[in-house]
Design a protein around this ligand. Structure first.
Ligand code: 1QQ
Length: 371
């Protein structure tokens, strides 16, 4: 396929709704994994972005400014993420970038935005290292695993009283490795003995050897750091192999696609989450209603993407409706206690997001927040 045709097929421009009297267009590039093994995340991220852009434009949230989001697919690949960033920065001349979906792609592509002084708002990267520490142009909405996992594991331990664990993690992905580091540190801190640790690669489909090895050590809990596709296969295979004990996952599990693909094996799986879907706060209820009205699945990734657009809109508002790269950056620094579906959102001095996390369990084929 020619590059020319590819660009037309891959790029989707969202600019729904028209603000009265809008005289400036702020173009934002969103690098999402729409195909490849992280495609399940990108699909709902796109829906969240679309809803937010429509709302911001319809309600005239940034007086005098209309948002336009250019969505491009990174194919769940580092090289493609770099190309998408280069197009955003040099051809489409975006004011800011949202994404990319995975931390692995962010570590490869964000340095390009940093060098070009283009603000990036990460909406799903959870690795502690290699994202906002790239430099002062990188911001993030998504909570890191270290902000979510310790509390979630503590809650799980209070309920399940586990004393030992077996751990399985992907060792060729920035996020799954970072998630493992936090899980290990937390288990140590909680006095849970790790009886065995096994690894896999993103391309693996058969986890029988690793699960059998862990099961033979008879731990109280199985802990897994994996992306959604691998997570579903691991959980399904663990149940097939007769693992009846509790399973706790990391952020990769937070997609409804994990539940769909794992089927009944997903029941009872626990995972910490950045989105309290049960929050009665009006911003969250409105978000869920509007998603449902469009036939979209509301999940954590959609809520974070939606929040990313609100944060950028707020930054432009704080910048007095200016939409230049530097203006947005100055505005981002002023975002504080923003009302979002994730709760009251603020950035800390390291440009990482802060808000309340939650814990969820799979019940009857759906995530349910543990109260
Ligand atoms: C990361 C993640 C993934 C699960 C996001 C989809 O947390 O890569 O950082």
């Amino acid at each position: 396929m020619s590059t020319f045709r590819h660009a037309f097929l891959a790029v989707l421009i969202l600019s729904g709704g028209t603000a009265l009297g809008a005289d400036r267009t702020a173009r934002i590039g969103a690098a999402l994994s729409l195909t490849g093994d992280a495609g399940v995340y990108g699909a709902t991220q796109r829906n969240g972005l679309q809803l937010a852009v429509e709302e911001v434009n319809r309600t005239g949230r940034v007086p005098g400014v209309k948002l336009e989001v250019v969505i491009d697919d990174d194919g769940s690949s580092k090289q493609q993420a770099i190309s998408v960033y280069q197009r955003f920065i040099n051809q489409q001349k975006v004011s800011a970038i949202i994404g990319p979906t995975l931390s692995t792609m962010a570590t490869a592509a964000d340095p390009i935005a940093q060098m070009a002084k283009v603000p990036v708002v990460a909406v799903s990267n959870t690795a502690a290292k290699g994202i906002t520490d790239i430099g002062d142009h990188i911001w993030r909405v998504s909570l890191m695993e270290k902000q979510v996992v310790p509390g979630a594991m503590k809650t799980a331990q209070q309920r399940l009283h586990f004393k030992t664990a077996g751990v399985l993690y992907g060792n060729d992905d920035v996020f799954t490795k970072a998630g493992y580091d936090v899980m290990k540190a937390t288990l140590d801190q909680l006095g849970v003995k790790i009886l065995g640790t096994q690894t896999f690669a993103r391309a693996d489909r058969d986890f029988n050897a690793q699960i059998t090895a862990l099961k033979s050590q008879n731990p109280d809990l199985l802990v897994v750091s994996a992306l959604a596709e691998n997570a579903a296969a691991i959980v399904a295979q663990a149940r097939q192999l007769g693992w009846t004990g509790p399973i706790m996952g990391g952020n990769g599990f937070n997609s409804p696609a994990f539940i769909k693909n794992a089927g009944p094996a997903a029941e009872g799986v626990l995972v910490g989450t950045a989105w309290n879907s049960a929050s009665p706060a009006p911003a969250n209820q409105r978000f869920k209603q509007e998603m449902a009205a469009r036939g979209f699945t509301a999940d954590q990734f959609a809520a974070q993407a939606y929040t990313g657009v609100l944060v950028l809109a707020e930054a432009m508002k704080q910048a007095g409706g200016k939409t230049g790269r530097e203006d947005i950056e100055a505005g981002l620094a002023k975002v504080k206690n923003l009302d979002t579906p994730l709760g009251a959102f603020s950035f800390n001095p390291s440009r990482d997001g802060e808000h309340e996390p939650a814990v969820q369990i799979v019940k009857n084929g759906k995530f349910e927040i543990l109260q």
